[in-house]
Unconditional design. Structure first.
Length: 239
Protein backbone atom coordinates (compact mmCIF):
# COMPACT_ATOMS: atom_id res chain seq x y z
CA UNK A 1 0.00 0.00 0.00
CA UNK A 2 1.34 3.44 -0.94
CA UNK A 3 2.49 5.59 1.96
CA UNK A 4 0.33 8.65 2.53
CA UNK A 5 2.05 12.02 2.14
CA UNK A 6 2.17 14.33 5.16
CA UNK A 7 -0.04 16.95 3.54
CA UNK A 8 -2.61 14.40 2.44
CA UNK A 9 -2.65 12.77 5.88
CA UNK A 10 -3.07 16.17 7.58
CA UNK A 11 -6.03 16.92 5.28
CA UNK A 12 -7.53 13.46 5.80
CA UNK A 13 -7.36 13.87 9.57
CA UNK A 14 -9.70 16.85 9.28
CA UNK A 15 -12.39 14.78 7.54
CA UNK A 16 -14.89 12.95 9.72
CA UNK A 17 -14.93 9.63 7.88
CA UNK A 18 -18.06 8.51 9.70
CA UNK A 19 -20.06 11.56 8.64
CA UNK A 20 -22.08 12.17 5.50
CA UNK A 21 -21.75 15.91 4.85
CA UNK A 22 -24.30 18.12 3.16
CA UNK A 23 -23.21 19.14 -0.35
CA UNK A 24 -22.40 22.69 0.78
CA UNK A 25 -20.38 21.45 3.78
CA UNK A 26 -18.44 19.02 1.60
CA UNK A 27 -17.63 21.65 -1.02
CA UNK A 28 -16.46 24.10 1.64
CA UNK A 29 -14.28 21.42 3.22
CA UNK A 30 -12.80 20.45 -0.14
CA UNK A 31 -11.83 24.09 -0.67
CA UNK A 32 -10.29 24.37 2.80
CA UNK A 33 -8.32 21.13 2.61
CA UNK A 34 -6.78 21.64 -0.83
CA UNK A 35 -3.00 21.78 -0.42
CA UNK A 36 -1.70 21.83 -4.01
CA UNK A 37 0.37 24.76 -5.24
CA UNK A 38 -1.85 24.96 -8.32
CA UNK A 39 -5.57 25.73 -8.50
CA UNK A 40 -6.93 22.24 -7.92
CA UNK A 41 -10.01 20.85 -9.64
CA UNK A 42 -13.04 19.85 -7.57
CA UNK A 43 -14.62 16.60 -8.72
CA UNK A 44 -17.85 14.74 -7.94
CA UNK A 45 -17.63 10.95 -7.82
CA UNK A 46 -20.83 8.90 -7.93
CA UNK A 47 -21.20 5.21 -7.15
CA UNK A 48 -24.28 3.90 -8.93
CA UNK A 49 -26.38 0.77 -8.66
CA UNK A 50 -26.27 0.28 -12.43
CA UNK A 51 -24.82 -2.68 -14.31
CA UNK A 52 -22.45 -1.33 -16.99
CA UNK A 53 -22.76 -4.59 -18.91
CA UNK A 54 -26.43 -3.95 -19.67
CA UNK A 55 -27.34 -1.80 -22.68
CA UNK A 56 -30.44 -0.40 -20.96
CA UNK A 57 -28.45 0.75 -17.91
CA UNK A 58 -26.02 3.13 -19.63
CA UNK A 59 -25.54 6.78 -18.70
CA UNK A 60 -23.85 9.16 -21.11
CA UNK A 61 -24.72 12.77 -21.76
CA UNK A 62 -23.43 16.32 -21.49
CA UNK A 63 -24.28 19.24 -19.23
CA UNK A 64 -23.39 22.92 -19.43
CA UNK A 65 -22.22 24.10 -16.01
CA UNK A 66 -23.40 27.67 -15.32
CA UNK A 67 -19.99 28.82 -14.05
CA UNK A 68 -17.75 26.78 -16.29
CA UNK A 69 -14.73 24.75 -15.22
CA UNK A 70 -12.22 27.53 -14.66
CA UNK A 71 -9.91 26.37 -17.42
CA UNK A 72 -9.29 27.24 -21.04
CA UNK A 73 -10.78 24.51 -23.21
CA UNK A 74 -9.02 23.89 -26.52
CA UNK A 75 -11.45 22.76 -29.22
CA UNK A 76 -10.64 20.84 -32.39
CA UNK A 77 -13.30 20.50 -35.08
CA UNK A 78 -13.39 17.93 -37.88
CA UNK A 79 -15.20 19.78 -40.66
CA UNK A 80 -14.81 20.85 -44.26
CA UNK A 81 -16.23 23.49 -46.54
CA UNK A 82 -18.93 25.57 -44.90
CA UNK A 83 -18.51 23.69 -41.63
CA UNK A 84 -14.81 24.50 -41.47
CA UNK A 85 -15.54 28.18 -42.11
CA UNK A 86 -18.20 28.25 -39.40
CA UNK A 87 -15.86 26.52 -36.95
CA UNK A 88 -13.10 29.07 -37.52
CA UNK A 89 -15.53 31.98 -37.16
CA UNK A 90 -16.85 30.46 -33.90
CA UNK A 91 -13.39 30.35 -32.37
CA UNK A 92 -12.31 26.72 -32.77
CA UNK A 93 -8.64 26.38 -31.84
CA UNK A 94 -8.00 23.83 -34.59
CA UNK A 95 -9.96 22.85 -37.69
CA UNK A 96 -9.06 19.44 -39.10
CA UNK A 97 -10.29 19.78 -42.66
CA UNK A 98 -7.89 17.60 -44.66
CA UNK A 99 -5.83 14.40 -44.66
CA UNK A 100 -2.78 16.21 -43.34
CA UNK A 101 -4.63 16.84 -40.10
CA UNK A 102 -5.73 13.22 -39.91
CA UNK A 103 -2.10 12.11 -40.26
CA UNK A 104 -0.96 14.65 -37.67
CA UNK A 105 -3.38 13.23 -35.13
CA UNK A 106 -2.49 9.66 -36.10
CA UNK A 107 1.11 10.60 -35.33
CA UNK A 108 0.11 11.62 -31.82
CA UNK A 109 -1.12 15.22 -31.82
CA UNK A 110 -3.74 15.50 -29.06
CA UNK A 111 -3.13 19.03 -27.78
CA UNK A 112 -6.85 19.73 -27.35
CA UNK A 113 -9.56 19.06 -24.76
CA UNK A 114 -12.67 18.59 -26.93
CA UNK A 115 -13.11 17.15 -30.42
CA UNK A 116 -16.23 17.91 -32.43
CA UNK A 117 -17.12 16.58 -35.88
CA UNK A 118 -19.71 17.09 -38.56
CA UNK A 119 -21.34 13.86 -39.84
CA UNK A 120 -19.61 14.03 -43.22
CA UNK A 121 -16.20 13.94 -41.50
CA UNK A 122 -16.87 10.95 -39.24
CA UNK A 123 -15.50 8.58 -41.84
CA UNK A 124 -12.09 10.18 -41.46
CA UNK A 125 -12.38 10.93 -37.75
CA UNK A 126 -13.37 7.31 -37.16
CA UNK A 127 -9.93 6.20 -38.31
CA UNK A 128 -8.49 7.92 -35.26
CA UNK A 129 -10.25 5.76 -32.69
CA UNK A 130 -7.02 4.25 -31.35
CA UNK A 131 -5.60 7.70 -30.67
CA UNK A 132 -8.71 9.57 -29.53
CA UNK A 133 -10.71 6.79 -27.89
CA UNK A 134 -8.41 6.08 -24.90
CA UNK A 135 -8.21 9.84 -24.21
CA UNK A 136 -11.97 10.33 -24.25
CA UNK A 137 -11.69 12.63 -27.27
CA UNK A 138 -13.56 10.65 -29.91
CA UNK A 139 -16.56 12.60 -31.29
CA UNK A 140 -19.79 10.80 -30.45
CA UNK A 141 -23.45 11.62 -31.17
CA UNK A 142 -24.47 10.57 -27.63
CA UNK A 143 -22.02 13.08 -26.19
CA UNK A 144 -23.31 15.80 -28.49
CA UNK A 145 -19.99 16.14 -30.29
CA UNK A 146 -21.19 15.01 -33.73
CA UNK A 147 -23.34 17.87 -35.02
CA UNK A 148 -24.58 19.49 -38.18
CA UNK A 149 -22.49 22.43 -39.48
CA UNK A 150 -25.09 25.01 -38.43
CA UNK A 151 -24.83 23.78 -34.83
CA UNK A 152 -21.05 24.18 -34.61
CA UNK A 153 -21.04 27.76 -33.24
CA UNK A 154 -23.32 26.78 -30.34
CA UNK A 155 -21.42 23.60 -29.46
CA UNK A 156 -18.04 25.33 -29.68
CA UNK A 157 -19.27 28.12 -27.41
CA UNK A 158 -20.65 25.61 -24.91
CA UNK A 159 -17.46 23.55 -24.99
CA UNK A 160 -15.37 26.59 -24.18
CA UNK A 161 -17.81 27.85 -21.58
CA UNK A 162 -18.38 24.86 -19.33
CA UNK A 163 -19.84 21.95 -21.26
CA UNK A 164 -18.76 18.66 -19.73
CA UNK A 165 -19.52 15.05 -20.55
CA UNK A 166 -20.46 12.52 -17.92
CA UNK A 167 -20.66 8.78 -18.44
CA UNK A 168 -20.89 5.51 -16.58
CA UNK A 169 -17.55 3.71 -16.49
CA UNK A 170 -16.87 -0.02 -16.36
CA UNK A 171 -16.96 -0.03 -12.57
CA UNK A 172 -20.43 1.59 -12.38
CA UNK A 173 -19.01 4.95 -11.31
CA UNK A 174 -19.39 8.46 -12.75
CA UNK A 175 -16.60 11.02 -12.29
CA UNK A 176 -17.16 14.67 -13.24
CA UNK A 177 -15.17 17.90 -12.63
CA UNK A 178 -17.29 20.84 -11.47
CA UNK A 179 -14.79 23.70 -11.12
CA UNK A 180 -11.73 24.91 -9.22
CA UNK A 181 -11.08 25.29 -5.48
CA UNK A 182 -10.65 29.03 -6.13
CA UNK A 183 -14.32 29.25 -7.14
CA UNK A 184 -16.74 30.97 -4.82
CA UNK A 185 -18.62 28.34 -2.78
CA UNK A 186 -21.96 29.33 -4.31
CA UNK A 187 -20.60 28.84 -7.83
CA UNK A 188 -19.33 25.36 -6.99
CA UNK A 189 -22.68 24.57 -5.40
CA UNK A 190 -24.63 25.74 -8.45
CA UNK A 191 -22.36 23.77 -10.78
CA UNK A 192 -22.84 20.63 -8.69
CA UNK A 193 -26.60 21.18 -8.48
CA UNK A 194 -26.80 21.53 -12.27
CA UNK A 195 -24.80 18.34 -12.70
CA UNK A 196 -26.89 16.36 -10.22
CA UNK A 197 -30.12 17.49 -11.89
CA UNK A 198 -28.79 16.36 -15.27
CA UNK A 199 -27.75 12.98 -13.87
CA UNK A 200 -31.17 12.51 -12.25
CA UNK A 201 -32.81 13.12 -15.61
CA UNK A 202 -30.39 10.66 -17.25
CA UNK A 203 -31.56 7.72 -15.11
CA UNK A 204 -31.72 4.85 -17.62
CA UNK A 205 -34.91 2.88 -18.21
CA UNK A 206 -33.28 -0.35 -17.07
CA UNK A 207 -32.13 0.99 -13.70
CA UNK A 208 -33.02 -1.29 -10.80
CA UNK A 209 -32.85 -0.61 -7.08
CA UNK A 210 -30.91 2.42 -5.86
CA UNK A 211 -29.72 4.63 -8.73
CA UNK A 212 -27.14 6.71 -6.85
CA UNK A 213 -25.62 4.78 -3.95
CA UNK A 214 -22.76 7.02 -2.85
CA UNK A 215 -21.55 10.54 -3.56
CA UNK A 216 -18.03 11.74 -2.82
CA UNK A 217 -16.38 15.12 -3.39
CA UNK A 218 -12.63 15.58 -3.66
CA UNK A 219 -10.14 18.12 -4.94
CA UNK A 220 -7.09 17.11 -6.97
CA UNK A 221 -4.82 15.01 -4.73
CA UNK A 222 -7.14 15.70 -1.78
CA UNK A 223 -9.08 13.24 0.39
CA UNK A 224 -12.57 12.08 -0.49
CA UNK A 225 -15.42 13.65 1.46
CA UNK A 226 -18.60 11.59 1.75
CA UNK A 227 -21.82 13.41 0.88
CA UNK A 228 -25.37 12.57 1.90
CA UNK A 229 -26.57 10.95 -1.34
CA UNK A 230 -30.22 11.94 -0.84
CA UNK A 231 -29.26 15.56 -0.16
CA UNK A 232 -27.05 15.58 -3.25
CA UNK A 233 -29.86 14.30 -5.45
CA UNK A 234 -32.22 16.95 -4.05
CA UNK A 235 -29.85 19.86 -4.77
CA UNK A 236 -31.24 22.97 -6.46
CA UNK A 237 -28.98 25.68 -7.82
CA UNK A 238 -31.11 28.57 -6.55
CA UNK A 239 -30.60 27.63 -2.87
Amino acid sequence: MAKLGKQFKAALDKVDRQKFYTPREALQLAKELSFTKFDATVEVHLRTGLDPRQADQQVRDVVVLPHGLGKTMRVLVFAQGEGAALAREAGADYVADDDEWIKKIQDGFTDFDVAIATPDMMGKAGRLGRVLGPRGLMPNPKAGTVVQPQDLPRVIEESKGGRVEYRLDRTANIHVPIGKVSFDLNKLFENMATLMEAIRKSKPSGAKGTYIKRVTIASTMGPGIKVDALAAQAMKSFE
